[in-house]
Ligand binder design. Structure first.
Ligand code: MG
Length: 167
């Protein structure tokens, strides 16, 4: 039987300002603006969570983890990924690869690329060679370029595992 695949995409943005210390993929970013958010404002993990939900056609992060719910205040967003991924695996799917981009004017994220990829690889339980992390500035224009916001987008692929085929 042919292997089944599902693709998912996710996007997230947060305002920069007085809020939480910046975290990307669960990694603290030094000398960065704070992020205004109900949870920890980790745009990368929020986009990743939405990509996982999107691949399964399971709605979006706001339905699963409402920002009005006090349980998620200041939450470590790795929990969102862990909890959704666990359910995806129970349904018989597993991640193949992740391609992610973060849009931030400053600081430069190049020193963090390896550690963020490592963290995502361990969260997703796939090799680091299956995790791509790219960083773009806003070229000093628009909300990203003026350091008013940070954004992330993620595309990922899931494959159905042999043990879970229902048919
Ligand atoms: Mg968010």
């Amino acid at each position: 039987m042919a292997t089944e695949f599902r693709i998912g995409s996710g996007h997230d943005s947060h305002r920069l300002g007085q809020g939480n210390p910046m975290c990307l993929g669960g990694v603290a970013i030094e000398r960065a603006s704070e992020v205004v958010a109900h949870s920890d404002g980790d745009v990368l993990l929020h986009a990743l969570t939405d990509a996982l939900l999107g691949a399964m056609a399971w709605g979006d992060i706001g339905e699963w983890f409402p920002d009005t719910d006090p349980r998620y205040q200041g939450c470590d967003s790795q929990e969102f990924v862990i909890s959704v991924l666990e359910k995806i695996k129970q349904e018989g799917w597993t991640p193949v690869n992740v391609d992610s981009t973060v849009f931030l004017q400053s600081p430069k994220l190049s020193p963090y690329k390896k550690v963020i990829r490592k963290r995502l690889a361990s969260l997703m339980d796939i090799p680091i060679t299956s995790i791509s992390f790219k960083a773009k500035t806003g070229e000093h224009v628009g909300p990203i370029g003026r350091s008013e916001s940070i954004q992330a987008s993620v595309v990922l692929l899931l494959k159905q595992t042999a043990s879970s085929t229902h048919s």
